[in-house]
Design a protein around this ligand. Structure first.
Ligand SMILES: [Zn+2]
Length: 162
């Protein structure tokens, strides 16, 4: 029993350490590059996970998510990096270019928009949508559309402290 407990404690410490390091690294990079941070609001996901029967693994996952959220926000605030929380609903089924909902699967983890033809990996699409929603929340509408790279001249105008 004692051995199991110390194993669980070890797993928790490793997880804590990682969440701290990763969130620090993200905020550090954002500060250096003068980027804002856009993240999915995981409150509902965490809430629904909490309703499920609890085993050790699930407890760790819940703890990991909520700690990660708190660390990111806290570090961002401390370093004056702008950050936004966006609605996570449909981030992997919406077209990041034209907002069409209902992307079609065209291969292993690959999705395609039947309206505008945009095609990418599911994870890439998820990230592009989190970015797009974050930009909108910050009131930034790139002239070339939601997929305009951050290096485009009109984007540098909005970066703070430049
Ligand atoms: Zn589209």
């Amino acid at each position: 029993m004692r051995r199991i407990r110390s194993y669980h404690e070890k797993a928790r410490n490793i997880l804590n350490d990682w969440t701290r390091k990763i969130s620090l690294e993200i905020v550090r990079l954002a500060k250096e590059l003068r980027y804002a941070i856009s993240r999915e609001d995981l409150t509902n996901l965490i809430r629904s996970l909490r309703k499920l029967p609890k085993d050790h693994k699930r407890k760790l996952i819940i703890m990991g998510y909520s700690r990660f959220e708190r660390w990111i926000d806290w570090q961002a605030e401390k370093n004056s990096v702008p950050y936004v929380k966006v609605d996570p609903n449909g981030t992997s089924s919406e077209c990041p270019r034209c907002d069409y909902r209902g992307l079609e699967e065209v291969g292993y983890r690959r999705l395609r928009c039947p309206r505008c033809g945009f095609e990418a990996d599911r994870d890439v699409i998820g990230k592009l949508n989190v970015r797009k929603r974050g930009l909108r929340k910050l009131g930034i509408y790139p002239r070339g559309g939601a997929l305009t790279p951050l290096t485009a001249p009109q984007m540098t105008d909005v970066a703070p402290n430049r």
